[in-house]
Design a binder for this molecule. Structure first.
Ligand SMILES: [Zn+2]
Length: 256
């Protein structure tokens, strides 16, 4: 580690759960963030700050004025520019030691596997079920852990899916077998979302990614965290695997 890196990461190096070895793991890690919006913004901030060595950003959107209420890495002057371009510039200003790779595409069944395979871990905060299912399938096929975050109105949810890592562990599809009816779906475009909620849930997603890379604490695999900002409350619920799941029902699972 260079003297500059030692100073940059000093508060991590002081934690025995991170230390020099953990910091090296972060430097070697390759994380794909799908969706450079409200949830992606804090993920980018904290992963870049933490020194995750390679961060991929997948998004095909441009910055809009209505994004700025919650997508905290963008500024008024970024309106109209591709999100991945501005997000990359933000991350590299924050930490020039890391590599940031742009994927200016919307992930779907045709392209997700090929992109996901280039990374160790995937985190998504996207706004469509079709994209979520495509990312889930690609992450299962490539056997990559998937951190999945969603928000709407004053609420958010977060989980980590790695069905291949053990019996009984679910994938995203086990949790959401089919898109919910429109009236029940959390949909921030239609119903709005309270700005700080995406910050809280996105920061929690970054935290779970770092825990997974470092191998510390208890993973959210098999559980979902439900955050209710108006009640200032979070709770954990168990998420079982669905043995009949079309996406993970027949994969090889490691014995734990
Ligand atoms: Zn499944």
């Amino acid at each position: 580690m260079t003297p500059g890196e030692r100073e940059r990461y000093l508060r991590h190096l002081l934690l025995k759960e991170v230390g020099g070895q953990g910091q090296q793991k972060l430097k070697n890690a390759r994380v794909l963030i799908v969706g450079a919006g409200g949830l992606g913004a804090p993920m980018i901030q904290y992963l870049a700050g933490a020194g995750v060595g390679t961060i991929g950003l997948a998004d095909d959107d441009s910055v809009a004025l209505s994004n700025l209420q919650r997508q905290v890495i963008y500024a008024t002057g970024d309106i109209g520019a591709p999100k991945t371009e501005r997000a990359k510039a933000f991350a590299q200003r924050l930490n020039p030691e890391i590599d940031v790779i742009e994927h200016r595409v919307r992930l779907d069944n045709a392209n997700a596997r090929e992109i996901v395979e280039r990374y160790d871990l995937v985190a998504e905060g996207v706004d469509s079920f079709e994209a979520r299912y495509a990312i889930n399938r690609a992450a299962i096929a490539a056997r990559r852990p998937l951190v999945s975050a969603a928000v709407g109105r004053f609420e958010g949810q977060l989980s980590l899916f790695k069905p291949f890592a053990g019996a009984g562990l679910p994938c995203y599809r086990c949790f959401a077998p089919a898109p919910p009816p429109r009236e029940e779906a959390i949909d921030c475009e239609r119903e709005g979302v309270f700005g700080p909620v995406v910050g809280v849930v996105g920061a929690l997603a970054a935290l779970e990614i770092l825990k997974e890379i470092l191998g510390v604490g208890e993973s959210l695999a098999g559980r979902i965290l439900l955050y209710d900002s108006l009640r200032s409350m979070a709770r954990l619920a168990k998420l079982p695997a669905d043995p009949a799941c079309p996406d993970c029902g027949s994969i090889d699972r490691e014995s734990r």
